[in-house]
Write a protein that binds this ligand. Structure first.
Ligand code: SAM
Ligand code: SF4
Length: 437
């Protein structure tokens, strides 16, 4: 039996225990990898340590010698299979190539780039239905039917950068600039907390007005007064700043790679650098953040091959939360006349990401909701499991138009998508869907 197990995972009780244990094993020559905790062993918001099966004896000895083995749990880990998938798809008319890929998914085998491309390029109604069905099954088996609801506060639309696609880029005349005070942020945090929401996302442009000290004050107050999980989405900062924010209590960090094609990355980011973005992503992982990334679908020159590379990157980096949204042109930007990304391709990318990365948070993005009124419901049926409520005060949100006609996903539209997709609200939410839908 043991010969079939490729990896073991260590589940730790706290992040500091996880980081210390990982450091200890590495220092003794054990090759480890950090990964989102598989759903069956704990919350996928937390991080597990994976190592190769042949190192089991050594690793166990090291942990025993240090006297920490008793406080940890070690489990065999095999890639998730999707039992009964082919049987469920037997009435669908699918090509033999597509069928072979589905068989590999059923058997828990890793997909190659070519196979991912094949899935992303599927066009027939029945193959797309089969893909979404498989992703939905994977989501159900790993995460269950509950949709995680998080609240996003867009606390500043000032930005020093000029990303060509973004409606709040530096120099863009359209938005009226605003900055929220810590007090204003806290007022929204209390409201989310009252609603029972467990995680708040603090998002902004790259705005250095918010010094590490101001951000630390914000994080500490949220932690002290609500104990909520905190996701930061504030762009690129120094290693020291990321570390200080993590130590202050920030749990997750969302920094999207946007595209793993360095040429496209450089075209869309005139004042940013692909290697720097990669380095920031690595730092965040190293510092023990639950690491968020993602991409845009429909960027100029982007192909299905590029999207397949993005998905393999998310897997390799063991990303916890992956935001996949269509590119949407924003008024007043160099890309304002470019074509909007396709809903169909975005949904396929969400589904394939679920099948490849498995135990991750996949939001039904606001961008999808902005170009298709049923976009979030469709995403929830294609592997997604999270919705972010836009919780920015009304007087400011109108100026956080990162793209034109941005949907202001609120509680009632989120509840509608949850109900329409036949899913459940989390027990922590202090509201019943019937009250709103
Ligand atoms: N400034 C931070 C950063 O860039 O990571 C956080 C805020 S930024 C507005 C958050 C995300 O908005 C980006 O990662 C990008 O994917 C998305 N975004 C910006 N402009 C967009 C557009 N025109 N279409 C779709 N998504 C867009
Ligand atoms: Fe600034 Fe982020 Fe927009 Fe780029 S995507 S211009 S960094 S807010």
């Amino acid at each position: 039996m043991d010969r079939l197990i490729k990896q073991y995972i260590i589940i730790c009780e706290t992040t500091s225990q996880m980081l210390n244990t990982d450091g200890l094993l590495k220092s003794k020559g054990i090759r480890t990898e950090l990964m989102p905790t598989p759903g069956e062993y704990g919350s996928i918001c937390t991080t597990a340590i994976a190592f190769a099966a042949e190192d089991k004896r050594n690793a166990t000895k090291i942990l025993k010698d240090e006297g920490i083995a008793e406080s940890l749990e070690i489990f065999p880990y095999q890639s998730r299979k999707l039992a009964g998938l082919m049987n469920r798809l037997k009435d669908q008319i699918i090509s033999s190539g597509f069928q072979q890929v589905m068989e590999k998914i059923e058997n828990g085998e890793e997909l190659t780039k070519e196979e991912i491309v094949l899935l992303l390029k599927c066009e027939s109604k029945s193959e797309k239905a089969a893909l979404f069905q498989a992703a939905d099954q994977m989501r159900k088996e790993i995460i269950g039917d509950t949709v995680e609801i998080r609240g996003a506060i867009e606390f500043s639309n000032y930005c020093k950068k000029k990303c060509n696609y973004c409606g709040i880029r530096n120099g863009c005349a359209t938005p009226k600039r605003y900055r929220m005070t810590v007090k204003e942020v806290m007022e929204r945090v209390y409201e989310l907390h009252e609603l029972g929401i467990k995680t708040v996302i603090l998002q902004s442009g790259e705005d250095e007005y918010y010094t590490p000290e101001i951000l630390i004050d914000m994080i500490r107050r949220i932690k002290k007064e609500t104990k909520m999980g905190i996701t930061l989405s504030i762009g690129e900062r120094s290693y020291e700043t990321y570390r200080a924010l993590r130590e202050a209590g920030a749990n997750n960090f969302l920094l999207k790679i946007e595209t793993t094609n360095p040429q496209i990355f450089n075209v869309i980011h005139p004042d940013d650098d692909f290697d720097t973005r990669m380095e920031c992503s690595r730092w965040l992982k190293e510092l023990g953040y639950a690491n968020g990334s993602g991409n845009m679908i429909g960027l100029p020159g982007q192909t299905e091959e590029d999207i397949a590379e993005d998905i393999l990157f998310f897997k390799k980096m063991r990303i916890h939360m992956i935001g996949i949204g269509p590119f949407i042109p924003a008024k007043g930007t160099p890309f304002e006349n470019y074509e909007t990304g396709s809903v169909d391709l975005t949904l396929k990318a969400v589904a394939v990401t679920r099948l490849v990365c498995k135990n991750v948070y996949l939001p039904a993005t606001t961008a999808l909701a902005s170009i298709d009124p049923d976009g979030q419901t469709k995403a929830l049926k294609s592997g997604a499991n999270t919705i972010m409520l836009i919780s920015t005060p009304d007087k400011y949100r109108i100026n956080y138009q990162i793209y034109s006609n941005k949907n202001m996903v609120d509680l009632s539209s989120a509840l509608k998508s949850v109900a329409e997709s036949g899913r459940q609200l989390p027990e922590y939410l202090k509201i019943h869907s019937k009250e709103v839908v």
